[in-house]
Design a binder for this molecule. Structure first.
Ligand SMILES: [Zn+2]
Length: 133
């Protein structure tokens, strides 16, 4: 069996393929610029800080702080029934990630850690966050 291609994983862009490959292994990774050291997300073909195209995929620690949060009360996808929380999480490495909160009421400023939400149809799991209590 060969490794799944980015299209098999539901990624629309080869730039994002390494991110989704890592998600398939339940690893959170970020692009880090080898020229200036800046982390960025979402993935791009070059660094937004210094425009270098010398970037590398780096494991993320998986911890962050809730920047903003809202409760979703309308169904959007079949495998994520409302209500659930949508959040912007500031990862400790710097990038801000749009995600969902797993298992409870998050508030702005809460510390959170990454987990994974499985998806139907053979798609890779997506990173979600849980409040540290
Ligand atoms: Zn850079």
């Amino acid at each position: 069996m060969t490794d799944p291609s980015f299209s098999d994983l539901g990624a629309a862009d080869p730039t994002t393929e390494p991110f989704w490959q890592a998600c398939a292994e339940r690893r959170l990774v970020l692009q880090r610029c080898n020229a200036c050291g800046t982390f960025q997300h979402y993935p791009r073909p070059f660094c937004l800080t210094c425009q270098s195209d010398d970037t590398a995929w780096t494991p993320a620690g998986g911890a962050g702080t809730v920047y903003s949060v809202a409760t979703m009360r309308l169904p959007v996808v079949d495998d994520l029934p409302p209500p659930y929380q949508i959040a912007l999480v500031d990862l400790d490495e710097g990038p801000r990630l749009l995600t969902t909160i797993d298992g409870g009421a998050a508030r702005i400023g809460d510390r959170v850690t990454v987990g994974w939400r499985e998806r139907a149809g053979g798609l890779p799991p997506v990173p979600v966050f849980r409040v540290e209590r």
